[in-house]
Design a protein. Structure first.
Length: 494
C-alpha cells in the first residue's frame, strides 16, 4: 500500500485507485495513431515510455522504478524488474513468478509448484495438485514428504499441524500437533487421542472424552447437543463451557459469565475482567444491548444498530441500506460510508497531526465511476468502473480488466499537471506548467512547450511549427516521429 502525504509531516496510507492505462508521464509527448496505436515519448531522450494498441487491448509501459510491463487484455500481463518477473495468463487461471532465488507457478491455487534456492545453493521444491497430491523436497527426510489422496502419504509441518498421515483415507488418518496424536479409524467417527499426556476416545457423534491432567477436560454426548469443556484446570477458577442445545448454555471463567436460553436467541454476558462489559440479547441477533469499558452495543435490527468496539464506531440504518463507520489508526482518522454495501462506497482519511490538511479519499458510485484523491494534489477519476469496489487490492485484475471499461480517465498529478482521455485516447489533453497538448485521434493535434508550438494533421502528414520566439510558422510534409522502444531499440514509425 503506497503512502501518500496530504501535507508534511502527516502521511496517510491510501490505495492506488486506478489500473494504469496510458497515463501522461512527466515531460512526455503523445504520438496518436488512434485506434491503431498511441504512444508516450520522453521529451528528454525520445524513448518510448508507454504505448497502447487497439484502444485498451494491448500496451507497454516503463515505470519510474524500472518495471517494464507488457499487457494484452484480458489474456496476459507480464511485468519485469531486474531479476524479478511475473506473468499472468487468463488471470486468475495461470500465474508465474520468478526472482533471483525463488520461482512459483499456480493454476487457480489448485496446481502449485514452488522452487527456492537456499543461502548455500541447495534447492527446495514443492508441488501440489489439490486435493490429491502433495509433495515437498528439502533434501532432508525429516521435512520432505509425498502424499497421494486417498491412498497413502504424509504431510509435514503444514495446515497448522506437525504431521498428517493416512492410508486409504478415510479408513485411517493420523494427526499430530504440539505433541498430541489423534488417530482416526475411520475418519471422522472413531478417534483415539494420546501423546504428551493427552488421552481420550471418541465415537463421533454419539459420545467422546479427551483431556490432559492439570490442563483441560472435554466430553460430549450426541454432538453437538450435550457438551462440557474445561480449560486451565490448574487455575483456581478454570474456564468451563457447557450446554444442552438448544435449551441452555453456560460459559464461566475468571470474571466472566455468559448464559443462553433457547440458544442463541436469549441470553446475557457479564464480564468484570480484564475489562468490564454487560450484554443482554433478545431474539439474537436482532435485539442486543451492551455496555462496557471498551464496548458499546445498541442494536435494533434491521432498523438501527450502533456499536463502538475498541474505538471502532459503526452504525447501520435499515440494514443493509446505510452503513457508517469511524476509527483511528496512529495519526490517522478514518471514515467510511456505504449505501447497499457497494452501490455507493467512500473511505476518507484525515491527519490527526494536521487537522486542517485536506483529506485523502476514495469513492465509488457503482458502476459509473471511481475517484481517488490523496489530499496532496493528486487525483484520479475513471468512468466507468464496475470492478474497483469489489477488488480494491487485486492489482493483476485491475491491470487486466479495469481499463477495458475506462471510457473516460482523468489524472491530476498537481495544480499544474493534468491529463485526461476519452475513448482510450480518441480525445486526449495534457497540461503542465510548461506544456499544453491536445489530440483528436490521428486527425488533429496541437502541442506547445518551451521549444515552441506544433500543429499536426494526420499525426504528421501535415505539420506546422513555430519555434519559441519566432513570428512565422513553418510547414512540412510527412514528419512522423521516430522513437526508441521500451527496451531501448529503434522503433519503426507506426
Amino acid at each position: 500500500m503506497p503512502y501518500l502525504s496530504p501535507s508534511p509531516p502527516s502521511r496517510l496510507p491510501v490505495w492506488l485507485l486506478l489500473a494504469t492505462g496510458l497515463a501522461a508521464a512527466g515531460r512526455a509527448e503523445e504520438i496518436n495513431f488512434w485506434p491503431i496505436r498511441v504512444e508516450q515519448v520522453d521529451d528528454r531522450n525520445g524513448a518510448r515510455v508507454a504505448n497502447q494498441t487497439f484502444g485498451p487491448l494491448m500496451g507497454e509501459k516503463l515505470g519510474a522504478d524500472g518495471t517494464a510491463q507488457k499487457i494484452w487484455r484480458p489474456v496476459f500481463l507480464h511485468q519485469a524488474r531486474g531479476e524479478a518477473e511475473t506473468f499472468h495468463l487468463l488471470y486468475p487461471l495461470f500465474t508465474w513468478q520468478r526472482e533471483k532465488d525463488h520461482s512459483y507457478f499456480t493454476f487457480i491455487q489448485l496446481l502449485n509448484s514452488r522452487r527456492t534456492v537456499g543461502p548455500h545453493g541447495g534447492q527446495q521444491r514443492a508441488f501440489d495438485v489439490w486435493p490429491f497430491y502433495f509433495s515437498r523436497d528439502t533434501g532432508d527426510p525429516a521435512t520432505s514428504y509425498r502424499a497421494l489422496m486417498p491412498f497413502a502419504g504424509t504431510i509435514k509441518h503444514r495446515f497448522g499441524k506437525d504431521e498428517l498421515a493416512w492410508t486409504l483415507f478415510p479408513l485411517s488418518l493420523d494427526v499430530a500437533a504440539q505433541g498430541r496424536h489423534t488417530h482416526y479409524t475411520p475418519w471422522p467417527f472413531i478417534r483415539r487421542i494420546d501423546g504428551a499426556g493427552h488421552h481420550g476416545f471418541e465415537f463421533w457423534p454419539l459420545f467422546g472424552s479427551r483431556g490432559r491432567a492439570g490442563d483441560y477436560r472435554e466430553q460430549f454426548y450426541l454432538w453437538p447437543l450435550l457438551y462440557k469443556q474445561e480449560r486451565n484446570l490448574s487455575a483456581a477458577r478454570p474456564d468451563v463451557k457447557s450446554g444442552f442445545l438448544p435449551f441452555y448454555t453456560r460459559d464461566t471463567g475468571p470474571g466472566y459469565l455468559s448464559e443462553n436460553y433457547l440458544w442463541p436467541f436469549f441470553g446475557y454476558t457479564d464480564r468484570t475482567e480484564p475489562k468490564r462489559y454487560h450484554e443482554t440479547r433478545y431474539l439474537w441477533p436482532l435485539l442486543v444491548q451492551g455496555r462496557g469499558d471498551e464496548r458499546h452495543v445498541n442494536r435494533w435490527a434491521p432498523f438501527y444498530s450502533h456499536s463502538v468496539v475498541k474505538g471502532y464506531d459503526k452504525t447501520w440504518l435499515l440494514f443493509p441500506l446505510i452503513r457508517h463507520a469511524e476509527w483511528r489508526d496512529p495519526g490517522i482518522a478514518h471514515e467510511r460510508n456505504q449505501f447497499l454495501y457497494f452501490l455507493y462506497w467512500s473511505h476518507e482519511q484525515r491527519s490527526l497531526a494536521s487537522p486542517a490538511a485536506a483529506p485523502a479519499y476514495k469513492k465509488h458510485l457503482w458502476p459509473l465511476f471511481s475517484v481517488w484523491d490523496n489530499g496532496a494534489g493528486r487525483r484520479q477519476l475513471q468512468l466507468f468502473s464496475p470492478l474497483e469496489v469489489f477488488f480494491p487490492n487485486n492489482e493483476p485484475l485491475r491491470q487486466l480488466y479495469s481499463p477495458l471499461f475506462a471510457v473516460y480517465r482523468h489524472d491530476r498529478r498537481g495544480p499544474d499537471e493534468v491529463h485526461w482521455s476519452f475513448l482510450w485516447s480518441l480525445l486526449s489533453r495534457t497540461r503542465t506548467a510548461t506544456e499544453r497538448e491536445f489530440h483528436l485521434g490521428p486527425l488533429f493535434g496541437t502541442r506547445r512547450d518551451p521549444a515552441g508550438e506544433r500543429v499536426t494533421f494526420g499525426s504528421g502528414l501535415l505539420v506546422w511549427r513555430r519555434p519559441a520566439g519566432a513570428a512565422r510558422w513553418k510547414f512540412s510534409l510527412f514528419d512522423f516521429r521516430r522513437t526508441s522502444d521500451i527496451r531501448g531499440q529503434p522503433a519503426a514509425s507506426p
